[in-house]
Write a protein that binds this ligand. Structure first.
Ligand SMILES: [Zn+2]
Length: 107
């Protein structure tokens, strides 16, 4: 999984870490832009593979769509887990496998 998907996980953990809260791809993208985490040439369509990744991993689901705006909800809150092999912070849902998203080793 790319680092940008992991940045998106971190934003969701910090701002929307509640299964009752809805959030949109636009809101998450705005935070990425404000924090200079994405190249200025990127547009919301470029984010789509990352949001698809996060849905197919089982941590969240797409609940609605209107043109390019997509609404999401978490299944369960994300937990912060530090990888004992590489030291990176991971933001994982309980239902996901506890393998590090950076080095792939069990956390
Ligand atoms: Zn690791």
């Amino acid at each position: 999984m790319s680092d940008l998907s992991n940045q998106i996980r971190k934003i969701i953990f910090e701002k929307y870490n509640d299964p009752d809260t809805r959030f949109t791809n636009d809101e998450v993208f705005a935070v990425l832009q404000q924090n200079n985490l994405v190249d200025k040439s990127l547009i919301i369509d470029d984010m789509e593979p990352h949001f698809e990744n996060l849905c197919s991993s089982g941590m969240m689901r797409n609940i609605a769509q209107n043109f390019t705006t997509q609404w999401f909800k978490l299944f369960e809150p994300l937990e912060e887990k530090k990888c004992s092999s590489c030291g990176m912070q991971n933001f994982l849902s309980k239902s996901e496998e506890s393998n590090c998203l950076y080095c792939q080793k069990p956390i």
